[in-house]
Design a protein around this ligand. Sequence first.
Ligand code: SF4
Ligand code: SF4
Length: 117
Amino acid sequence: MGGKVASEKEAHRAREATCRRCGRCCHQKLNVDGRIFYLDTACPHLDPETRLCRVYERRFEVNPDCISVGEGVRRGVFPADCPYVAGLAGYRPPMEDPDPEALADALDALVGEEVEL
Ligand code: SF4
Ligand code: SF4
């Protein structure tokens, strides 16, 4: 039992070590009918210089919107080249630098009327 917990922690650490600290997963996102778009604004807890979370150990407590890696994979918040999801079959990454027309079309479809960006 203790061995299982230890190996899960080790696996977690090993996975964290693959993170390249690009910080893109910590940018705000727009979910348009299941399609995720990255926005330019980053989470206020992301250090713009180091691209590291300033509250990492307490992130879920400090930011109730911060989600676990598993949940992030499920919701598709990691960019395609992120080691957490690279090569994951069927994974659909967020749209980065979305074409404004594509974003406007997606929003139109969501609200049922034309949206100007
Ligand atoms: S997108 Fe991936 S590599 Fe970049 S900070 Fe997030 S977890 Fe790390
Ligand atoms: S609180 Fe969560 S979303 Fe915000 S910078 Fe830290 S890890 Fe990223």
